[in-house]
Design a protein around this ligand. Structure first.
Ligand SMILES: [Zn+2]
Length: 90
């Protein structure tokens, strides 16, 4: 595994949602992407969160989303993350 020097994974993962929402400022965004380029585990989390967002949006476009649909999605994502923990450090 690489040794990302930018903030570390915990720091980076805090920025995932703002990043996906395009709310990070450009310098942070650049650091974030630099970390992703060297850190496969964070990259994986970002891919997941992005997919999750797309799924939620698609459901929302189709009409009101049932709570059970959202729960099912969340459980699937969490299960996947559990199989391969995003953070190497316990
Ligand atoms: Zn990382």
């Amino acid at each position: 595994m690489g040794a990302p020097e930018v903030g570390g994974c915990d720091e980076v993962l805090r920025h995932v949602w703002p990043y996906l929402d395009h709310e990070t400022d450009p310098p942070t965004c650049a650091e974030f992407e630099r970390h992703l380029s060297v850190c496969a585990s964070c990259r994986r989390v970002v891919q997941f969160d992005r997919k999750f967002k797309l799924l939620v949006r698609r459901c929302a476009d189709a009409g009101p989303v049932s709570r059970s649909t959202l729960e099912a999605l969340r459980i699937r994502v969490e299960a996947e993350l559990r199989i391969r923990p995003p953070s190497q450090q316990a």
